[in-house]
Design a protein around this ligand. Structure first.
Ligand SMILES: Nc1ncnc2c1ncn2[C@@H]1O[C@H](COP(=O)(O)OP(=O)(O)OP(=O)(O)O)[C@@H](O)[C@H]1O
Length: 588
């Protein structure tokens, strides 16, 4: 049955245990909506001057043939779509304010995305913390979660589950919420649970009214539903054109959603003026439109997060951090494999470059080994990040749009949660290869090289996050690794800095690989390193300073290399943040 579903906030003060739920009941009306996708010759109009109304306390169903425009309409009503739309969506008779609307409503899509590795109880507890914030006690949150788990646990996976699910939705609607769900092929028994039916066909409304009035309405157009035939199946057949070209007549009959059909009334009834219908006075309206008026505006300016989200910023970060940690920790196979990969490659490299660190004749091989290590760390931080993040992004979109938390809180928690891994993995990698390849046994040099390696890991993870935020897996998996190539070319390892053409050399200032190569060479060979061992009559690079001169590194500073890498890290992180922001604003 149902696919997408939207729920509004409940009525005021219906139960003390739910006092955290702010907002009032709201009726949702939409007027003359046109929705067009694409531009110019490719433009396609999906919704045509469609109107309608969904009332609080009612369970409403949107139905229609495949491709009729149900999902598009739901996305617009939920506030997920903003572009290509003409017309108006009103809440309690006043134009909808997106920010408050999103807080007051929840949108659940058929393809719901959840974080793996969290139990239902953990997921709901984190949701309760985020949505209820400090306004509810721990006890209230636990009670709410256990009540919901109890209700949901009654569903099995058999055919009656859809009936139970709709019964639950109806109960939710009866508590004062506006519940709208799109449904496909409901049974007659299931349909009886709905209060209001809205049928879309070809981007227009062909019926709006009570379920029981559908058959009489079709009859007025000489469309007689055969006895024992499911009325909605019949209506869908009609909408699909199986009973001739009657769609325009049906659309006119309800004025494309402007009128609600009522059986036994001489004609269809016009949508009432929402303000009159609800008997709203000024005070009510102020309450309903949380951000509309002066008193609340002041409070809002003081603490935007408190108004927009259930929990304050630091609380959101703490909950998200805990949740992310749990999921990473439970990704045992991936985490163990990553750990093992770092150790194995490190030992392999140590064996290949066994004891070359003090040998003047091996200086190029040694620098190559260090540079390779940096590239390895870059890629092993980048690849899993964009692969996992492209999947997690859908969870973020759903939860953020349902106002569980702000993007800033999510991004900060995500960054903080990963930092321990970006420290542990490079350390685990560096120790064996450092010892086996016989690098200088000096804690200062090791720490300097480790700091560069950790920065590289952070940068790699940032690049992964950026591509995971901006693109889907096929594009990200292709472009993320390739994006590093220009920076690799100007790193100073492939080509000495002086040999880089002047019109390209500026790229090296943005190249984290340039800073990484420079910093790592200075860590190993600068600071008055003693002459290297020379097993032959003449070793050109017996004195490490000569090697640094050869690579134009002699005047460079390790400190600036670290600063350069941190700057690259910050820029990439910001780019990832803005990519996510863009995605959230242009979702679907
Ligand atoms: N971004 C888009 N670009 C091009 N066409 C689109 C886009 N979004 C929707 N459509 C088209 O608009 C029409 C309505 O789509 P929509 O998903 O709203 O229908 P629907 O009634 O929900 O269909 P279904 O029941 O099959 O999910 C379909 O023909 C669909 O292919």
């Amino acid at each position: 049955m149902g696919s997408d579903m939207m729920l509004s906030a409940r009525s005021r003060g219906t139960a003390s245990s739910r006092k955290y739920q702010e907002g009032s009941s709201f009726d949702l009306t939409f007027h003359d909506l046109n929705y067009t996708v694409g531009k110019g010759e490719n433009a396609k109009q999906i919704l045509h001057q469609i109107s309608g109304s969904f009332k609080s306390g009612h369970l409403s169903a949107i139905m229609g043939p495949s491709g009729a425009g149900k999902t598009s309409l739901m996305n617009i009503l939920a506030g997920l779509k903003k572009g290509g739309i003409e017309g108006r969506v009103d809440v309690n008779g006043a134009e909808r304010k997106f920010k408050t609307f999103r807080k007051q409503s929840a949108y659940i899509t058929q393809k719901d995305h959840l974080l793996q590795n969290l139990t239902v109880d953990e997921y709901m507890t984190s949701a309760a913390h985020l949505k209820m914030g400090n306004n509810a006690s721990e006890k209230e949150k636990k009670l709410t979660v256990s009540q919901l788990v109890f209700i949901l646990s009654r569903f099995g996976l058999d055919s009656s589950s859809s009936l139970q699910c709709v019964t639950l939705l109806r109960d939710i609607a009866r508590s004062g919420r506006t519940v709208v769900a799109t449904i496909h092929q409901p049974s007659s028994r299931l349909l009886e649970l709905f209060d209001h039916l809205y049928i879309v066909a070809g981007g227009s409304c062909m019926y709006q009214g009570p379920i029981q009035s559908l058959v009489p309405y079709l009859k007025t157009m000489n469309l007689n539903c055969p006895s024992h035939h499911n009325p909605t199946d019949f209506a869908i057949d009609v909408a699909s054109g199986e009973y001739g070209d009657v769609l325009s007549k049906l659309v006119d009959g309800v004025e494309n959603g402007k009128r609600i059909y009522q059986e036994n009334s001489p004609s269809t009834s016009a949508l009432p003026s929402i303000r009159e219908d609800l008997g709203l006075n000024e005070e009510d309206e102020n309450d309903a439109m949380l951000d509309g008026h002066s008193k609340k505006k002041d409070r809002k300016a003081k603490n935007k997060d408190r108004i927009m989200y259930g929990a304050p910023f630091h609380y959101q970060v703490a909950i998200l951090l805990g949740r992310t940690w749990k999921t990473i920790w439970r990704e045992k196979i991936l985490t163990t494999m990553r750990f093992a990969l770092h150790v194995c490659i490190s030992i392999l490299l140590g064996l290949v470059y066994w004891q070359i660190g003090e040998d003047a004749n091996e200086i190029f091989n040694n620098s190559g080994m260090i540079f390779f290590s940096l590239i390895f760390i870059l890629y092993v931080a980048m690849m899993p990040t964009f692969l996992t993040f492209t999947l997690e992004r859908e969870v973020l979109v759903r939860e953020h749009l349902n106002k569980w938390y702000s993007l800033k809180a999510y991004y900060l928690a995500k960054t903080l949660a990963d930092i321990p891994f970006q420290i542990v993995f490079p350390t685990v990698y560096l120790i064996p290869v450092y010892v086996m390849s016989n690098q200088p046994m000096c804690i200062e040099r090791f720490s300097m090289l480790l700091a560069i390696t950790i920065c590289m890991s952070l940068v790699g993870q940032g690049i992964g996050l950026f591509f995971g935020a901006a693109f889907d897996i096929p594009v990200a998996s292709y472009f993320a690794p390739i994006s590093c190539i220009p920076f690799l070319l100007v790193s100073g390892f492939m080509l000495k800095f002086k040999a880089i053409p002047p019109y390209l050399s500026w790229i090296s200032y943005f190249s984290f690989l340039h800073y990484a190569f420079e910093g790592s060479m200075l860590a190993i060979y600068d600071r008055d390193r003693l002459p290297l061992n020379c097993s032959q009559p003449y070793c050109h690079f017996r004195y490490p300073q000569k090697f640094l001169e050869e690579f134009d590194l002699i005047l460079n500073s390790y400190f600036l290399s670290i600063v350069g890498m941190l700057a690259c890290f910050l820029v990439i992180r910001l780019a990832g943040y803005f990519a996510l922001l863009f995605k959230l604003r242009h979702v679907r």
